[in-house]
Design a protein around this ligand. Structure first.
Ligand code: FES
Ligand code: FES
Length: 175
């Protein structure tokens, strides 16, 4: 049997009801919840989050580590979910944009992006916000230029950069 890369393939039972050849069991902790999964070991964390678990807030832009749309936190640090295999993260605490806040209880960074219009189409926004929240815990100088430097891995095709920086600075100034 050919094992394909699409994790959804592994949830289509074979005629005999068995998992396809090569699939592995992995338990992932995402947003405080444990997911017991059977996946292709070659599947990226991004594809498992979106396609297997169904958390589509994390976006796929380039799928090559160039745009930052897929940024999530692993053990509190930001990473590009398209550049890492899901199977490597058993035991890690993964957080996606869905775990950061809810519509009725936004994280201060989500609220700031809203207030400062830190988006246009919104496609890059989950990644921008996850990066921005991680930045709060990283060494970063006080200037807008410092924020731009640390956010340089997150591309915004709409060019909402000035408002993104303003939103981040407003949260940093709240202390
Ligand atoms: Fe991961 Fe672009 S989708 S960096
Ligand atoms: Fe459209 Fe950033 S808001 S890509």
């Amino acid at each position: 049997m050919i094992v394909t890369r699409d994790p959804k393939e592994f949830f289509v039972d074979d005629a005999d009801g068995e998992a396809p050849e090569g699939a592995i069991d992995v338990a992932l902790r995402v947003n405080g919840q444990t997911f017991d999964l059977t996946i292709d070991p070659r599947t990226t964390l991004l594809d498992v989050l979106r396609e297997t678990i169904g958390l589509s807030g994390t976006k796929k832009g380039c799928d090559h580590g160039q745009c930052g749309a897929c940024t999530v936190h692993v053990n509190g640090r930001r990473i590009n979910a398209c550049l890492t295999l899901a199977a490597m993260h058993e035991g890690d605490e993964i957080m996606t944009i869905e775990g950061l806040g809810t519509p009725g209880d936004l994280h201060p960074m989500q609220q700031a992006f809203f207030e400062y219009d830190g988006y246009q189409c919104g496609y890059c926004t989950p990644g921008q916000i996850m990066s921005a929240v991680a930045l709060l815990g990283e060494p970063c100088g006080p200037a807008d230029a410092d924020v731009k430097e640390l956010m340089s891995g997150n591309i915004c095709r709409c060019g909402a950069y000035p408002n993104i920086v303003a939103a981040i600075q407003s949260v940093r100034q709240q202390g």
